[in-house]
Design a protein around this ligand. Structure first.
Ligand code: COA
Length: 320
């Protein structure tokens, strides 16, 4: 028994912020941002929230899959920027979409989160605990950004992507995932301080902080490594892969991974020029765009790979 994706959806906030818009608030320009990252614009939430974007993407994925609310028995949301510590985003999605037969919880693995959620659902399905699941990556990272820090504020965007997955005989063929907490300081965002009647020392609010070059080096090394691993473990020839659907952090990272795998960059679809880095949402948003454009045909083999804070990484080989 494995896990098959049978529907996709996505939701982006209405507000589009271009690189020129950002140049009005920090010392940057379109040429620097687009040449270093490939990003030209991103969507930022105004009236939307993490859970409203998650629910909108989930609803669309269920419509695409032709699955009704009573069929969903598990909701897993990957996010590191939820509306609340609790209830979880998954519980809010359950309420919003009326999925009252489903267990619901969030996972936190930053930009690798969607794949970790998908692998978790695979484990549930493989052990007979779930038959039809809703898996969502949803982020409102804009609230975690220091908008005076030009090194990070130009990179991220808000949005959500979702898939419906079913227990089936085909689908996920192999996956790997890993973490290296010793490199955790490369990319951080602290929660609020522990303040209580016995400890009054509050630290100032923290925002995303990053050693960009360390993260870049990690990504261009680890992503090809885990993709090769997933292919080797499944005895799959890389030439069989139609698309490499990677976390959308930076077009230079994606081009470098393509080069290291000796694959044409055309096999690495990108939407980061329009969305920026939407963390756990980036892979399912891209997957939804590809699905709606008819790029994915039955039996196509694709590899998805995510990487990010933790540091964490993962790769999934699946048959569409
Ligand atoms: N606009 C203009 N100049 C900027 C800038 C911006 N938005 N951000 C940084 N700079 C400046 C720096 O201040 C520095 O100036 P200096 O040489 O005068 O000190 C110069 O540009 C080079 O900065 P550096 O940080 O060395 O640039 P870089 O080539 O490493 O590119 C990133 C920076 C962030 C684009 C790149 O490191 C990166 O993409 N890393 C991976 C980040 C990532 O993907 N994180 C998420 C992973 S999930």
């Amino acid at each position: 028994m494995t896990t098959r994706i049978i529907g996709t959806g996505s939701a982006l906030p209405k507000e589009i912020v271009t690189n020129d818009n950002l140049a009005k608030i920090v010392d940057t320009n379109d040429e620097w941002i687009s040449s270093r990252t490939g990003i030209r614009e991103r969507h930022l939430a105004k009236e939307e929230t993490c859970s409203s974007l998650a629910a909108a993407a989930g609803k669309m994925a269920m419509e695409d899959a032709g699955v009704g609310p009573e069929e969903i028995d598990l909701i897993v949301v990957a996010t590191c920027s939820p509306d609340s510590n609790f209830p979880s985003t998954a519980c809010k999605v359950q309420e919003s979409l009326g999925l009252y037969h489903a267990a619901a919880f969030d996972v936190s693995a930053a930009c690798s989160g969607f794949l970790v959620a998908l692998h978790t659902v695979y484990a549930y399905m493989n052990s007979g605990l779930s038959k039809t699941a809703l898996i969502i990556g949803a982020e409102t990272l804009s609230k975690l950004i220091d908008w005076t820090d030009r090194g990070t504020c130009v990179l991220f965007g808000d949005g959500a992507g979702a898939v419906v997955a079913k227990a089936d005989d085909t689908g996920i063929i192999q996956f790997v995932q890993g973490a290296d907490g010793s490199m955790g300081q490369c990319l951080t965002c602290d929660e609020r301080s522990i303040v209580n009647p016995f400890n009054q020392e509050a630290k100032p609010t923290d925002y995303i902080s990053m050693d960009g070059q360390a993260v870049f080096k990690f990504a261009v090394t680890k992503v090809p490594e885990c993709i090769r691993q997933v292919l080797e473990e499944s005895h799959t020839d890389i030439e069989e892969i139609k698309y490499f659907v990677l976390h959308q952090a930076n077009s230079r990272i994606l081009s470098s991974v393509a080069k290291r795998l000796k694959m044409p960059v055309e096999k690495f679809p990108m939407n980061l020029d329009r969305c920026g880095n939407t963390s756990a949402a980036s892979i399912p948003i891209l997957l939804d765009e590809m699905n709606r454009q008819g790029m994915l045909k039955k039996n196509d083999k694709i590899v998805m790979s995510g990487f990010g804070a933790g540091l964490t990484w993962g790769a999934t080989l699946l048959e569409w």
